[in-house]
Design a binder for this molecule. Structure first.
Ligand code: F6P
Length: 531
């Protein structure tokens, strides 16, 4: 059996790690004035600088060899063509087909899925235009003013992140709200500000069985019935994005208002499907298409560019270098853009739910680290919260800085300060305070050691197209890492276990649940006293 860590390339990388261990990133720049030029690249409206990494030319070449010797070319082709690569759930993985506006067929079980994708897209177009124009009326004849997306995980994070990121393109008379938490105060707070006659609820759930979403949807329907319409009016205010048409209709949603998607779209990859409906409602169908086009452009790049010039492949390989050879445990995501404040949460699910695995695709335990802990928040806020640890703590944390170049009119001075702060941080992480006569000397115990790596990703502007490309970039980065680690990035059995046990505990709240551990029983006892 092939063992990744015994491969010649892996072992060569281990030796390179020992050889380059004490290298200073800044010395790479001194030795090679072309480093920035060589270690940066553009794809459409995205520019990546990956020169500030503790990666020598030799290391990079070896990492590319690791990709060359992996199943990447084959697995990538299998993903795009609809082969079953989600082996534990026996499904293809076809979110890329959702953003392919061409007419090349893609087959699942012998059927071309492109016509149904186009049909659903047309449904999204017609519906979003009707709501945005005011043609869609609530039960009392008024137009919709507020849209509430009820969903969790992938049925919340993608549309939530994108609607916020693209807020400046939003319909001026529509307001968007996202309810995800089963904590009732979340939905209560949102509903308390709304008028049921002018509110549209989108019940976003692939399975239509997720406890949190169903409970929130039922609470929303009860609120609607208590404060406004009757059962027959529910259809004018509730729609669904789901693969489970029957359950959605049983909830009271009209058949024509169930926006379909398919088992081959993973939850965390679903913002390109009808789960993206809030995005189309907010920025308009044309904008939604631009988002898909941007993602598709990144798909083409991922398929066509040689690994040495391939943005997602390079980001994945650099990540593998830190995780498997340097020993980094986490990856920080720091967008210097307030509109991207949901991006770290979105990427956290994308990466950690996908690559949080410890067995390979054959079910054998792996003997190397897989997905990192992904976390972060916007800069410059993060500078005043956790950057201290990144500068001087004992951990080694690679950082992705993300920003858009174009300032918003009227606040150019803010944007300049924002970008210069980001550049200053990336520079300070690499250089540290050593050698800076104004700062503490390198022998001072309080000096910043530097040599801390980062990538900088610049968007020309935060447009739907560039956002689409950015998200597809990270999706493919996660995919490449999963392929090299030989794990299945598309299942999530750990999450399913939590869902099942939550069901069991709530079913047994009234009985003596003696077969739970003593701690769970004791805590359950305390909970029971309140219900
Ligand atoms: O968090 C686990 C998960 O299965 C995600 O993959 C999914 O996005 C989320 O739950 C919600 O599931 P559903 O869309 O079926 O309600």
């Amino acid at each position: 059996m092939f063992q990744l860590t015994r491969s010649v390339t892996w072992q060569a990388l281990e030796r390179l790690r020992d050889k380059t261990h004490n290298d200073r990133i800044r010395d790479y720049f001194t030795a090679d004035p072309q480093r920035f030029k060589k270690m940066s690249l553009r794809v459409g409206g995205l520019f990546l600088d990956y020169s500030k990494h503790q990666v020598s030319d030799e290391v990079l070449a070896k990492l590319i060899e690791l990709a060359d010797h992996s199943a990447l070319v084959q697995r990538r082709a299998q993903m795009f063509s609809g082969d079953i690569i989600n082996v534990t759930e026996n499904r293809p993985v076809l979110h890329t087909a959702l953003r392919n506006l061409g007419d090349e067929p893609v087959y699942v079980d012998g059927d071309d899925v492109m016509p149904e994708i186009t049909r659903t897209r047309e449904q999204i177009k017609a519906f979003s235009e009707a709501v945005r124009s005011g043609e869609w009326k609530g039960y009392s004849g008024e137009r919709i003013k507020d849209v509430v997306n009820i969903g969790i995980g992938g049925s919340d994070l993608g549309p939530n992140m994108a609607v916020r990121a693209l807020l400046k393109y939003r319909h001026p008379e529509l307001h968007f709200h996202f309810v995800s938490n089963v904590d009732g105060t979340h939905i209560q707070k949102v509903l308390s500000r709304l008028n049921p006659a002018t509110t549209l609820f989108i019940v976003s759930t692939k399975t239509f069985s997720t406890q949190e979403t169903l409970l929130n949807a039922k609470t929303a329907r009860r609120w609607f019935l208590e404060n406004a319409g009757e059962d027959a009016d529910v259809g004018a205010h509730f729609i669904a994005a789901s693969t489970n048409r029957r359950a959605a209709m049983a909830f009271g949603i009209r058949e024509e208002n169930v926006f379909e998607f398919w088992a081959w779209v993973g939850g965390r990859y679903s913002m390109w499907s009808s789960i993206g409906l809030p995005i189309a409602l907010s920025i308009g169908f044309e904008g939604f298409i631009e988002l898909l086009e941007g993602a598709h452009e990144m798909d083409r790049h991922f398929i066509e560019a040689p690994f040495s010039q391939n943005m997602p492949v390079l980001m994945a390989l650099i990540g593998i270098w830190y995780i498997n050879f340097i020993g980094a445990e986490t990856q920080a995501i720091v967008p210097y853009d307030q509109a991207l404040n949901q991006l770290p949460s979105f990427l956290q699910q994308l990466d950690m739910e996908s690559n949080g695995k410890s067995v390979d695709i054959f079910g054998h335990p792996v003997n190397y680290k897989t997905g990192p802990i992904v976390w972060g928040q916007t800069g410059s806020n993060g500078q005043h919260a956790f950057f201290q640890l990144l500068h001087q703590g004992t951990r080694y944390v690679p950082i992705d800085f993300i920003a858009s170049l174009k300032p918003e009119p009227g606040v150019e001075d803010h944007h300049f300060a924002l970008l210069t702060n980001m550049l200053a941080q990336a520079n300070a992480f690499m250089e540290g305070s050593q050698g800076d006569s104004k700062e503490l000397s390198q022998h001072d115990p309080y000096s910043c050691p530097g040599n801390r790596p980062s990538s900088t990703l610049l968007l020309d502007e935060l447009t739907p197209r560039n956002l689409g490309a950015l998200i597809a970039l990270y999706e493919h980065k996660v995919f490449v890492q999963g392929v090299i680690w030989n794990i299945n990035s598309f299942d999530q059995w750990g999450v399913q276990l939590g869902k099942r046990i939550a069901g069991e505990i709530s079913e047994r709240i009234d009985t003596n649940a003696a077969d739970f551990d003593a701690s769970t029983q004791g805590l359950l006892e305390l909970v029971r006293a309140h219900f």
